[in-house]
Design a binder for this molecule. Structure first.
Ligand code: MTE
Ligand code: HPA
Ligand code: MOS
Length: 753
């Protein structure tokens, strides 16, 4: 039998996904008497509710109950961290689309109609809708924090050349295919079972318990799979579950809440938009000597997870580069936008693009090629391989991924061909760009880096696997199953994959920060190892050899002499007869992490994941439109647990990042209402936007020096950063170092002047 680890196995649900047989929450059999909830939401972005008129909705057909803030049984607070984020506005409205009331009716259409009939008298207040204004007013949600090294001010003054810049980076809608949804089923004595499309069942449990005023043990949250999440179901899923739970508690019936797409887009958080302002000092060789930068995020109206996003933006602001003297100020300001949240990369991409903005301007000012400037400033080599917060950039892979991506692209040849094309074509211009990334893996808050698992071996030799991670399409379940199959040396088909539940593994972290397989892989390994150790003892007694000499191989268990053997299932049965437990929990906590957010110092990441990309674009100088013609990606996955899954993650992340930086534009009107509420106005990439020449390579022979599960590396978020190669290629084609994102046709035309 081949090793399970490293095998390019397909996603355990691939066939079910493709044939429509994968069951998502809305496909589940509905319990008898189930009702539907809908949310009434506020139109203005900022105001004070003077009166909420619920009677018209109460009189509508099919309506069972209309719930205002005063009816919430526990606290009116859905904050994922700390407190102070209301489920239902009371009395302040702080963003357009904020929930005012919950309607429960017999059918979903009846609930939606009644929710639309709810009116509110709202005294409108002036909204703050842009980062610069909120920054001027020092309206901080979190921070500002300063990461410093050396004396940036003195070094700037001493620099032979300086430049300054300002850049705007837009937000991003998650556009998961399955929208936010929860089904709450009340049980005996205040028990509440919630089926939730969530990355974070434990947080759902906590938030539901808080709004119901119940202890955690009364609430169980379960999730078999999500139809995509991308960070959008890390905290936002919890309040959707809370609304369903409140409705279920107050009606005594099961209640399902599925947000309509438009409301989902208006009422759930997005990627944080950022504003950069910076000053750089450098020399004639393009070496950056000093950097003084501010990275300010639009946190929206409430904290949510903005502190973590800021931490990641700060720690990624030098990305793969080294700068001797710097001061980077980073914070999130409060605006009257929806509360911005986790989105694949979690502030990392927003932070990591700073240096490419800076290096482009340095190259232009010094009259150098941008790739020369890039190479001059890489961390490692003649420059220190050390982050300003004190962690080493281990492995010396930055130049290697860069060289490999450029080799895959045939950089020099492409550049020559592009120059010829540009010299001869009347209106089209081609461009070539590169991006290199170093993404830190671990939750930025050290204590979140823990996971648990629960493994049962049954007497027929089949194995049931449960862990705290959730499946959102990223292939976590198959990867963790591969780990368990490897420990027992049984075929992957022996492993039964189960839904995530707060009842099976308690007190879990979100499946986020790309740590799903790092954390749950080890936890499941430890559970499986415990059982394997007990099974080896029984086998040793049976064979008359030491337990340490028992080997598990190809579905069999062998004694010391080699000609004594039991099939795995025979040994499982023998253990049962010997009254030895075949069930175990496993736990894992990432070692050696420390972080001081105030000082911005420590070792917050277990390791870095490196990647590089080259992209080639063509722009139309008359319309500002563009196409991506080629992309070549190299991503460090350590010793990949599953190259097929990893490749899918790399491709998907790149395309998703490309959408963020090019076609996906969130457009708010002057009153602060989001007007891009569906795919007709919000353009996510389609299959035809995939570059016709597109190669993806996993860096070879690069086992993780950190002791991760089978020396693998996380892959979920890091390759999203590679999409910035497209932004760099667009700058090259447009002949400008400055390009705000998303690079809409309008922005591209304006940038060309
Ligand atoms: N891939 C798919 N198909 N769907 C998703 O929702 N989420 C991404 C990434 N890849 C996502 C995905 C995000 S934001 C994270 S943090 C990781 O998956 C989480 O899973 P992991 O830790 O198991 O990689
Ligand atoms: N990523 C995602 N979620 C998080 C993180 C992170 O780094 N830190 C805290 N929550
Ligand atoms: Mo991913 S943004 O950490 O859910």
């Amino acid at each position: 039998m081949r090793d399970s680890i490293g095998a390019a196995l397909r996603h355990d649900s691939a066939l079910r996904h493709a044939t429509g047989r994968a069951r998502f929450l809305d496909d589940m059999a509905e319990p008898a008497g189930m009702l539907h909830a809908a949310l009434a939401s506020a139109a203005p972005a900022h105001g004070r509710v003077l009166a909420l008129h619920l009677d018209a909705a109460r009189a509508m057909p099919g309506v069972i109950r209309v719930i205002g803030p005063a009816d919430i049984p526990g606290e009116n607070d859905i904050a994922p961290i700390g407190s102070g984020e209301p489920m239902l506005a009371d009395p302040l409205v702080e963003h357009a689309g904020q929930s005012l009331a919950i309607v429960v009716a017999r059918t979903r259409d009846q609930a939606l109609a009644a929710a639309a009939a709810i009116t509110a008298e709202i005294e409108e207040l002036p909204p703050v809708l842009d980062i610069a204004t909120a920054w001027e007013r020092h309206s901080w949600l979190v921070g500002p924090f300063t990461m410093a090294q050396g004396d940036a001010v003195a070094a700037l003054e001493a620099s032979p050349m300086t430049a300054r810049g300002e850049m705007h980076l837009g937000g991003q809608e998650h556009f998961y295919l399955e929208g936010q949804i929860a089904l709450a089923i009340p049980g005996e004595d205040g028990d509440m079972l919630i089926h939730s499309s969530t990355q974070h069942p434990t947080e759902g449990q906590h938030v539901v318990a808080r709004v119901l005023g119940e202890p955690y043990h009364r609430v169980q949250v379960q999730c078999r799979r999500m139809g995509g999440a991308f960070g959008g179901k890390e905290s936002n899923a919890s309040w959707v579950a809370a609304a369903a739970a409140i409705a279920a508690r107050l009606t005594g019936k099961p209640v399902k809440l599925r947000l309509p797409r438009k409301l989902d887009m208006a009422a759930t958080g997005k990627r944080h938009p950022f504003l950069y302002r910076w000053q750089v000092g450098f020399d004639a060789s393009g070496r950056v000597l000093a950097l003084d930068a501010a990275l300010i995020a639009d946190g929206g109206h409430s904290l949510d997870m903005s502190a973590g996003v800021i931490m990641r933006a700060t720690t990624h602001s030098l990305n793969a580069y080294s700068v001797p003297a710097l001061r980077v100020l980073c914070g999130a300001v409060k605006t009257n936008h929806v509360s911005n949240t986790a989105f694949r990369g979690f502030g990392g991409p927003q932070g990591a693009m700073l240096m490419d903005d800076v290096l482009g301007h340095v190259a232009a000012a010094a009259g150098l090629d941008v790739e020369t400037v890039r190479a001059r400033n890489f961390a490692g080599g003649e420059n220190p391989a050390q982050t300003p917060y004190g962690q080493a950039l281990e492995g010396d892979l930055i130049r290697r991924v860069y060289a490999e991506a450029r080799a895959d692209a045939g950089w020099a040849e492409r550049m020559a061909s592009i120059e010829t094309f540009n010299a001869t074509h009347p209106t089209l211009r081609r461009g070539l760009g590169c991006f290199v990334s170093a993404f830190g893996v671990s939750f930025g808050i050290p204590h979140l880096n823990q996971a648990g698992a629960l493994v049962h071996v049954y007497t027929d030799g089949s194995i049931r696997l449960n862990h705290g991670g959730t499946e959102m399409g990223q292939g976590l379940f198959i990867k963790v199953a591969q780990v368990v199959a490897q420990v027992f040396s049984v075929p992957i088909e022996s492993i039964g994959i189960t839904a995530t539940s707060t009842e099976q593994v308690p007190n879990t972290s979100a499946t986020a920060a790309s740590t799903g397989s790092d954390l749950n892989g080890w936890a499941a390994y430890h559970a499986a190892e415990t059982i394997r150790g007990r099974m080896a003892e029984v086998a040793g007694l049976h064979f008359g050899c030491a337990a340490g000499d028992v080997r598990f191989e190809d579905g069999e268990v062998l004694g010391a002499s080699g000609n004594q053997r039991l099939v795995f299932s025979e040994l499982a049965k023998l253990c049962w007869k010997s009254r030895v437990s075949l069930s175990a929990t496993g736990f894992y906590a990432t070692p050696d992490l420390e972080w001081d957010m105030q000082e911005v110092r420590g070792k917050p990441f277990f390791y870095f994941s490196y990647g590089a990309a080259v992209a080639e674009v063509v722009i139309d100088t008359l319309t500002g439109e563009h196409r991506v013609l080629r992309a070549h990606l190299v991503q460090d996955c350590g010793q990949s647990l599953n190259p097929a899954i990893d490749r899918g993650q790399i491709e998907g992340a790149f395309i998703q990042g490309m959408g963020w930086l090019t076609s996906e534009e969130l457009w708010w009107d002057r009153a602060g209402r989001l007007r891009t509420l569906g795919p007709s106005t919000y353009k996510i990439p389609g299959s035809r936007d995939v570059p016709p020449v597109f190669t993806t390579r996993l860096l070879e022979a690069a086992p993780n020096p950190a002791r991760t599960i089978f020396r693998s590396k996380a892959v979920g978020e890091p390759p999203l950063l590679l999409a910035a190669a497209v932004w760099n290629a667009l700058k090259h084609a447009a002949g400008t170092p400055h390009l705000d994102c998303p690079v809409s046709p309008e922005r591209l035309l304006a940038a060309r002047g």
